[in-house]
Design a protein around this ligand. Structure first.
Ligand code: HEM
Length: 385
């Protein structure tokens, strides 16, 4: 390439150019090429971070589903110890692989009712393995976020915070087992999982914040942002009420195995949780209506908005199924997973709106300008996240 440059008149022309002009042209050429290379590297790193972040988010949702299945199938004590399972790194598949007096051993450690069940042990172990995969993924996400440490610090900070939250979550998981699945400990564990997902989604969205699509955003009513924030707070409140319902069910289930009478024994919080769904439905449907009406299909925010509506409806339908069909075990994890997805999608929709309107109204902060100048390239014009 440099040879071509020299051949194209800088040196080989009829009249040789003065040395300084030649040096200037050469350095300008090299500069342009270095800039192109830097731009390409930035694109690759940004994309890598986005993919890793989204993969980690998907893995955390899988874990929420599996953890729900652990609870619904009563596999929480499938491994009475931690981090090993029945003292082994690869758990037994048959009771013959355990010492004859294993029940006595675990009774002495405070787990009086330990009874080996291969299915439950492996469900719990799959739960732990998924946790390990998430640990690795979140570590890689944190490494990939280093790329943003100068221009877009929040991405790095959120990724590092999510990493430490996952480490803490691993420790909390051990405390949940140690507490013999105390309902409050399960609730804390679940809420931290929601916080981890929220941090990751915020980090991924922030890494794209200068390039999200702004199509149709100006058409949305000004009150949209406030209603969106209210909807997110309501979802959080509904989830906290849900955990109270779940805690009550856990307590009832310990003394009463017949599922058909669980619902009638539930305290007032269940009625509140159920009735509040109407408020959530109305608020979210208004938001979805505004999104569908004003945001064109080319803007990914529209797809997310529709997903938000479908998720909220599905969660309520599953809630109604639980109410009328004696809480079937297989829908319990679904209810939790869909509720978690609603919250995650709402955060993404909100950030699409926030970052889209920031560009629209000409956000001029130093950090914004820096990121914008780097990332405002056609490849990201649709701002797919
Ligand atoms: C959008 C609306 C809803 C959201 C976001 C939501 C969210 C939740 C959450 C997060 C839990 C805790 C799950 C766990 O910790 O394992 C829960 C539990 C529960 N919810 Fe909902 N819920 C909604 C609507 C409903 C409706 C309409 C009903 C009933 C008609 C209902 C019935 C229940 C029951 C029975 C539980 C306890 C489930 C269990 O023990 O596994 N929910 N809900």
């Amino acid at each position: 390439m440099i040879g071509a440059l020299f051949r194209s008149g800088i040196t080989g022309g009829i009249m040789p150019l003065p040395k300084r002009v030649m040096q200037y042209k050469l350095s300008a050429f090299l500069n342009i090429n270095l800039q192109t290379m830097n731009t390409a590297m930035t694109d690759v790193r940004t994309r890598r971070f986005r993919h890793l972040g989204m993969l980690t988010v998907a893995a955390v949702y899988c874990l929420i589903l599996i953890a729900g299945a652990v609870r619904a199938t009563g596999s929480g004590m499938g491994c009475p110890d931690w981090p090993t399972c029945f003292g082994q790194w690869i758990p037994p598949t048959d009771v013959s692989q355990l010492p004859a007096n294993y029940q006595q051993i675990y009774a002495e450690r405070g787990y009086a009712d330990t009874e080996f069940n291969a299915t439950k042990t492996w469900i719990e172990y799959t739960n732990r393995l998924t946790g390990v995969v998430i640990g690795i993924l979140i570590f890689l996400t944190m490494l990939a976020s280093r790329h943003f440490r100068k221009d877009n610090k929040l991405v790095t900070r959120l990724s590092v915070a999510a990493f430490f939250a996952v480490v803490f979550q691993g420790w909390l998981g051990s405390r949940v087992v140690a507490s013999n699945l105390h309902p409050v400990m399960i609730t804390l564990h679940m809420l931290l999982a929601q916080a981890i997902v929220a941090m990751l989604i915020c980090a991924v969205m922030r890494s794209q914040h200068a390039v999200v699509s702004r199509e149709g955003l100006a058409e949305l009513p000004p009150v949209f942002k406030k209603v969106m924030i209210a909807a997110m707070c309501m979802t959080l409140l509904q989830m906290i009420m849900g955990t109270q319902v779940r805690e009550a069910i856990d307590i009832i289930a310990r003394s009463e195995a017949t599922r058909s009478i669980w619902i009638e024994q539930l305290p007032l919080i269940f009625i509140l949780h159920r009735s509040f769904s109407w408020v959530l439905l109305a608020t979210n449907f208004w938001l979805v209506y505004q999104i569908v009406k004003h945001i064109p299909a080319s803007n990914p925010m529209r797809k997310l908005g529709i997903a938000q509506g479908v998720l909220i409806l599905s969660t309520v339908v599953i809630g109604v199924i639980m109410n009328h069909m004696d809480i079937p075990a297989f829908v319990q994890p679904l209810h939790l997973c869909l509720a978690s997805l609603i919250f995650g999608v709402q955060i993404a929709v909100f950030l699409f709106y926030k970052y889209g309107t920031q560009i629209h109204s000409g956000d001029d902060s130093k950090e914004h300008r820096e990121v914008h100048s780097k990332a405002d390239r056609p490849v990201a014009a649709t701002g797919s996240v």
